[in-house]
Design a protein around this ligand. Structure first.
Ligand code: ATP
Length: 192
């Protein structure tokens, strides 16, 4: 899977539609303090479903809407899209939008999907605690983490946590099915 480009419009400091070409192995974004470098990473996190307002550096979900500048009105809609080439060499565009007074909407190509469906475009490493994006200060946190925390980070990053969650859900369903079976056996016994 390769990233091709990122489009941001109406999101944080990006009032106008801005397109970043990501089709290189290493990309460095440089700029003065407060010029919006971290907002680019925030846009990717937001698109991929980051729910933590602390991680997004906002206090309300509408704080991500461009609040206006001297020569540009504030935005009523934010839109972030990533265009990538998947393992089958097909170009896929994933997008997220938020209109003021509405709710987050996710798209794969032009089809509206759930966040889970959007995340399933990626095979591994993208989840609620994805480590494919390492934010400022996170390396320090990892270095100082307890062995148990490090184990959880590895489980998350390798997508094993996802399978453990699925296993737990399946075990719960199995348990429910067993209870139902017992009940049916009770009824059968009474009928006998
Ligand atoms: P540093 O190098 O200091 O980490 P940076 O380049 O990463 O800075 P960001 O944190 O990405 O900068 O951007 C901060 C800027 O984004 C601030 O000027 C802030 O006013 C602006 N900003 C944040 N949210 C919005 C918004 N909703 N509307 C308009 N501008 C916003």
């Amino acid at each position: 899977m390769r990233l091709l480009s990122l489009e941001i419009e109406g999101f944080k400091s990006f009032g106008r539609r801005t397109v970043f070409n990501l089709d290189k192995n290493i990309i460095a974004i440089i700029g003065p303090n407060g010029s919006g470098k971290s907002n680019i990473v925030d846009a990717i996190r937001w698109l991929l479903g980051e729910q933590s307002q602390k991680q997004m550096r906002i206090s309300e979900k509408t704080d991500i809407l461009f609040s206006g500048s001297n020569n540009l009105n504030s935005s009523n809609e934010a839109r972030v899209s990533l265009i990538l080439v998947n393992d089958d060499n097909k170009t896929v565009k994933i997008s997220k939008t938020l209109e003021r007074n509405s709710y987050n909407k996710y798209y794969v190509d032009s089809k509206q999907v759930t966040l889970k469906e959007l995340q399933s475009v990626f095979d591994t490493g993208i989840g609620k605690n994805f480590y494919s994006i390492i934010g400022q200060g996170q390396i320090g946190e990892i270095v100082n983490a307890s062995p148990e925390d490090i184990r959880n980070i590895v489980l998350d990053a390798s997508n094993i946590a996802n399978y453990l969650e699925k296993k737990e859900n399946s075990l719960r369903l199995l348990e429910k099915a067993n209870v139902n079976l017992e009940r049916i056996n009770d009824v059968l016994f009474i009928v006998d």
